[in-house]
Ligand binder design. Structure first.
Ligand code: FES
Ligand SMILES: [Fe+2]
Length: 339
């Protein structure tokens, strides 16, 4: 399996942090093997720079915020909007500042998250799937780092067939499978998968917190956003969204949000009741992904074998893998599966 990322990914927006974690104190993050520093300028807008001073390459994340921008910890060069150099300590006032800039990335904040586009040009905004979420419906956020390659991590979230074994009793029961249909449809931003035939799920989570479903739909918005949306017969809607961003070839940042509509569900109540169960599910997934990743490193060069049940993988690979970008994939694909 290729470990190389499709360069097109850099034209889209990736989540790199939660908004609440970015302050006037520099935050170092690594995105696709690139060290980056995030900091809030005095005007509150976020500055995202390569974590490297153009003078002598000291890490800017070790610096501090001044009224003129982010100051390098070594000789004090300071960088403001778009990485432009705003101050060089010791330079006489009658001399010009050097026309240099730290490498700068476009930044936007959306849904409580900081998004960065690595390429200088490309998509104008993060996915409409997120921009269109109703204001105020976000109830919960969470962040983790998984020992997993990005495609394996995203496949795990989008694949229902592991749930009987990795989350037994909690999400589904192996001895209570029933026939369903899954239909994948390509969209402008990625794809959707509609699951039909199971208004009630066999696990504990469903029995504790849910009621009969009207629909179950999965969304993928390239490059790293995946969402499961449940609509209920009582009119409420629950959306669990995970944003995935590679830190490196075998570690992936995961940023999760929970949105609830048309239902009384205060954040404190969800935190006290639903979250302990969802956290358990996330730990079970993280453990299995780490085992998978460790084994991939023991058996380098091994290729995955798939069946028709592995519906989403070719689409994820097409977005992320450098060697899979030209594959022709069906616009619509429907499979039967026992879930
Ligand atoms: S290395 Fe940054 S100012 Fe010299
Ligand atoms: Fe899972």
């Amino acid at each position: 399996m290729s470990k190389y990322w499709n360069p097109q990914v850099r034209k889209h927006w990736l989540v790199v942090a939660r908004s609440e974690c970015v302050s006037h104190k520099p935050l170092a993050v690594t995105i696709m093997d690139k060290p980056m520093v995030l900091v809030r300028l005095p005007g509150q807008q976020i500055l995202a720079l390569e974590d490297r001073c153009p003078h002598r390459q000291a890490p800017l994340s070790q610096g501090r915020m001044t009224s003129e921008g982010l100051q390098c910890p070594y000789h004090g060069w300071t960088f403001g909007e778009q990485g432009r150099c705003t101050s060089v300590p010791g330079l006489p006032a009658d001399q010009c500042l050097p026309a240099v800039a730290a490498r700068y990335y476009a930044v936007q904040e959306l849904d409580g998250l900081v998004w960065v586009r690595l390429a200088a040009s490309g998509d104008l905004a993060p996915p409409a799937l997120i921009a269109d979420l109703p204001a105020g419906s976000r109830k919960f956020m969470w962040q983790a780092k998984w020992q997993a390659d990005i495609v394996n991590a995203m496949e795990n979230f989008l694949d229902p067939l592991h749930t009987h074994l990795v989350h037994p009793g909690l999400v589904r029961r192996d001895n209570r499978r029933s026939r369903m249909q899954a239909s994948l449809t390509k969209t402008a931003e990625g794809f959707t998968v509609d699951y039909q035939g199971q208004p009630e799920q066999s696990g504990l989570l469903y029995r504790l917190f849910e009621s009969p479903r009207l629909s179950e739909r999965v969304y993928f918005a390239q490059p790293g956003t995946a969402q499961i949306e449940y609509r209920y017969q009582n009119g409420s809607i629950v959306r669990i969204t995970l944003h995935f961003t590679p830190e490196g070839a075998s570690t992936t940042h995961v940023f999760a949000t929970l949105h609830v509509e048309n239902r009384w569900a205060p954040a404190w109540l969800l935190r006290a009741t639903v979250w302990p169960f969802l956290k358990r599910v996330a730990q079970q997934d993280a453990r299995m992904l780490a085992l998978q990743e460790q084994n991939l490193q023991k058996f380098p060069g091994s290729h995955p074998v798939s069946t028709s049940l592995d519906l989403v993988r070719p689409y994820l690979e097409q977005v992320w893998r450098e060697d899979k970008t030209d594959v022709e994939l069906p616009l619509i694909k429907t499979i039967a599966l026992d879930l």
